[in-house]
Design a binder for this molecule. Structure first.
Ligand code: 5GP
Ligand code: ZN
Length: 111
C-alpha cells in the first residue's frame, strides 16, 4: 500500500533497525520503545488490523508467532508480552497489522 508507513519500512524506503526478515514477515525495533526490548513484527503483505484477519491471510499470523518464539529464544528474552492494537480506541496509530513484543522489565497487569 503506497502511503503506508510500515509498507515503506518493508520496502526499505524508510530506514529501520531490523531484527529479522523472511519471505512473509519483517521485524524491527520500535522507534519509541516502551520496554528495554521492544520490537514489532509485521506481515510483508498489507492488511490493516486484527479485524481484517481472513481465511486467506490467517496463516501469516501463525507464522509470526513462530518467528516471535524463535526470536525470544535467540534474544534470551526472560518472558515477554505480545500486543496487537486494533482500531484507534485501542491505541492503533499505524494501520498495517503489527505485533509489539515487549520484554526486559516488569510489565504489570491489564485492568
Ligand atoms: P500502534 O500504536 O499502532 O499499536 O503502534 C505503532 C508503533 O509504531 C508505535 O509503538 C510507534 O512507536 C512505532 N513507530 C511509528 N513510526 C515508526 C517508525 O518510523 N519506525 C519505527 N521503527 N517505529 C515506528
Ligand atoms: Zn502497509
Amino acid at each position: 500500500m503506497s502511503d503506508c508507513l510500515f509498507c515503506k519500512i518493508v520496502a526499505g524506503e524508510i530506514p529501520s533497525n531490523k531484527v529479522y526478515e523472511d519471505e512473509l514477515c519483517y521485524a524491527f525495533y520500535d522507534i519509541a520503545p516502551m520496554a528495554p526490548t521492544h520490537f514489532l513484527v509485521i506481515p510483508k503483505e498489507h492488511f490493516a488490523s486484527a479485524a481484517e484477519v481472513t481465511e486467506e491471510n490467517a496463516p501469516v499470523i501463525g507464522h509470526i508467532y513462530k518467528v516471535i518464539a524463535k526470536l525470544a529464544r535467540e534474544l534470551n528474552l526472560d518472558g515477554f508480552r505480545v500486543v496487537t492494537n486494533c482500531g484507534e480506541i485501542a491505541g492503533q496509530t499505524v494501520h498495517h497489522i503489527h505485533f509489539h513484543v515487549l520484554s526486559g522489565k516488569e510489565l504489570g497487569s491489564f485492568n
